[in-house]
Design a protein around this ligand. Structure first.
Ligand code: ADP
Length: 631
């Protein structure tokens, strides 16, 4: 039906008694009648101008001989020339009317040349049409959708296998079940009752609109409850060309609906998370923030209107010094889809800054979209600032009285010696030791606060590393009655750096080695040179460090608390300061340890000719750090 309807020419079929058995819309419009009016009528009544004209003879001849003819004729009533082909079919004729007024002359020439083959060609076309109708039916049957072809009045002309099954099996739920070829689909809709009454009325209106040409397409989604599950269908109606009717299809969309529902549910969950406002949440599309919750807007002092007008650009809101951190985060996002939380600042709308902790995850690859989660850490930062300020003030304040005390102890010691009361001098020795300990603590506190403020300065001098390590080992050996420090290896290396600061590092590592191996007898120090570096390692046979703590012991004030039987004095500053010093020399400090198995701390420093050393020197120079040595 649809193929017939889609032919560009007018086509009329007559039986052996000249009764019209079929015609397409194009033919009906030629005679300005509807197809229904014309169907079944005598041909000569519908096309009266053919009677008595030259063409009547041609038609009669073709019908009688059942041999195809082709000729041209002018229809004055229509002001048109037609090329007419009359082909025999089932004892009658099929007449093709091809309008040719505009192309008459070319067509005439072509026609003369092509007539002989053309008739055969026409046969081929007819056969192809038949074949393609079989093919169309086969394709229709292969489709899982339920498909029916309606004529303009809504009568079901053809259905595919899926529809046939659907109609046969009344147990199959659906608003339009039980429809078969020959039934009027519009009537079925009109009479639908019960569960699908509402959908059926909607379908009726939609199909009517499609059939009347006022809509080019109609779709309707409807649910189908069965005792086991809820299913969903999509009904669609599409017009056939030339007002020939419509194709109606029902397809199952349960899977799609379920997926949609799942997406909606997860969107609702995400939205609830966004609206919980416990933390700031934004969605960024490149550098632009496209979604944000109130918590974030409040943090940065922007309004929802600013957001809607796309005025929030996270890159522009980031102070320049945090750009490298952002880049690192982005890199991680690209590689792993998530980024490790880090601290940064944003410019608020009023120009002030807010410190935040930020973590992010990639939501979508193309185009790239991220969700970022932010925690306002202003309060924590403020506390940290106050703590740092307190440490800085306290250590300065402590320094003076300790220096005065030390001075007086030394003075008293000298006086007592001069007066020959040396038995009293021995009481001053523990005071001296405790004062030295206090001095070390206060100095460490001062170092920490200077590192925090970026004011720890370094001298640039040539350091004989072997000699330095020897010196530290010798000094600590004198103060330790419990451990033997065994030194091995040599580097012959002279590195450029701050002698006192490096001495501080080795002193700290050795002091720890002794302190954290109360049962130990030895501490081993080894110097190992390589082409680019010298590594000094300090190995003890003490309590060791569990894996969980190994990454944290270099943080300031971090101390391991889980020694069951012993407490070790200390404030957790030594390793932090040591690592800062080593890094400023372009080196690295790391630990290898197992709990209960002792520990090896290693310092690796770059040799002067290396790139690492050159970079460290540039960073350490007074121009690099901006300050000279000293407080
Ligand atoms: P502290 O003053 O507490 O010794 P450090 O910064 O020097 O501070 O060390 C931090 C923590 O690392 C210590 O509290 C201790 O738990 C652990 N630690 C350091 N050196 C060793 C070691 N040689 N063996 C075992 N644990 C160690």
């Amino acid at each position: 039906m649809s193929l017939f309807a889609s032919l560009p020419d007018a086509v009329v079929a007559v039986d052996s008694g000249w009764r019209i058995t079929a015609l397409n819309q194009r033919a009906a419009s030629l005679v300005q009648q509807t197809r229904e009016e014309v169907l079944g009528k005598p041909f000569w009544e519908t096309f009266p101008e053919a009677l008595g004209a030259a063409c009547e003879q041609q038609y009669q001849q073709a019908l009688q001989t059942q041999v195809a003819v082709r000729f041209e004729v002018c229809y004055p009533a229509l002001h048109a020339w037609f090329q007419i082909t009359a082909s025999p079919s089932h004892g009658g004729l099929v007449l093709f009317f091809q309008e040719m007024t505009r192309h008459k002359h070319e067509a005439e020439a072509q026609w003369r040349i092509a007539l002989a083959q053309d008739i055969t060609a026409h046969k081929q076309v007819e056969e192809a049409l038949r074949a393609s109708e079989h093919l169309s039916q086969a394709i229709l049957d292969a489709l899982t959708a339920h498909i029916a072809v309606l004529d303009p009045a809504g009568t079901i002309l053809a259905v595919n296998e899926a529809w046939r099954r659907f109609a046969r099996d009344n147990s199959e739920p659906g608003p339009l079940a039980g429809t078969e070829v020959g039934a009027n689909y519009l009537e079925v809709c009109r009479k639908a009752r019960g569960e699908f009454a509402e959908e059926a009325q909607e379908a009726l209106a939609g199909i009517l609109a499609v059939l009347h040409g006022s809509r080019s397409h109609f779709t309707l989604e409807y649910p189908c409850h069965s005792p086991e599950e809820q299913r969903w269908f999509l009904m669609s109606a599409t017009p056939l060309p030339e007002g020939e009717g419509a194709v109606v299809a029902h397809i199952t969309i349960t899977e799609r609906k379920r997926a949609e529902e799942a997406v909606q549910a997860s969107e609702a969950r995400a939205r609830r998370l966004l609206e919980s406002n416990l933390i700031g949440v934004v969605v960024a599309d490149g550098e632009l923030i496209v979604e944000a919750n109130d918590a974030f807007l409040e943090m940065v002092g922007y309004t929802r209107e600013d957001l809607e007008h796309r005025r929030l650009n996270w890159s522009a809101m980031t102070p320049a010094e945090y750009a490298p951190l952002d880049q690192r985060g982005l890199q991680e996002l690209r590689e792993r889809g998530v980024c490790t939380p880090f601290e940064k600042e944003y410019y608020r709308k009023d120009g002030s800054r807010i410190p935040i902790l930020i973590g992010a995850a990639t939501l979508q690859e193309q185009p790239v979209q991220w969700a970022c989660f932010m925690l306002d850490i202003s309060e924590r930062k403020e506390l940290e600032r106050r703590k740092d300020e307190f440490i800085s003030i306290a250590s300065h304040e402590l320094k003076t009285p300790i220096t005065v005390l030390k001075g007086f102890v030394q003075l008293i010691q000298r006086r007592l010696e001069q007066q020959g009361v040396s038995e009293l001098v021995q009481y001053l020795a523990p005071m001296q030791t405790q004062l030295d300990r206090l001095t070390r603590l206060v100095n460490e506190l001062l170092d920490v606060s200077k590192i925090q403020a970026g004011r720890l300065d370094y001298a640039e001098e040539t350091v004989d590393l072997d000699a330095l390590v020897h010196e530290v080992v010798e000094f600590l050996q004198q103060t330790s009655a419990t451990h033997t420090i065994r030194l091995s290896g040599a580097s012959q290396a002279h590195i450029v750096g701050d002698r006192d600061r490096l001495s501080q590092v080795f002193t700290n590592l050795l002091t720890n080695a002794i302190k954290y191996s109360p049962q130990g007898q030895y501490v081993d120090v080894q110097i190992v040179p390589s082409a680019e570096t010298v590594t000094v390692s300090v190995h003890d046979y003490g309590v060791g460090i569990a894996r969980v703590h190994q990454g944290k012991i270099f943080e300031r004030f971090y101390r391991v608390q889980d020694y069951h039987d012993k407490t070790f004095p200390g404030l957790g500053m030594g390793l932090y300061i040591s690592q800062q010093i080593v890094e400023r020399h372009g080196g690295t400090l790391w630990v290898v340890s197992e709990e209960g198995q002792g520990a090896t701390f290693s310092v690796s420093l770059p040799l002067p000719h290396t790139e690492g050393a050159a970079q460290a020197r540039a960073a350490m120079s007074p121009h690099g750090s901006g300050l000279a040595k000293g407080e």
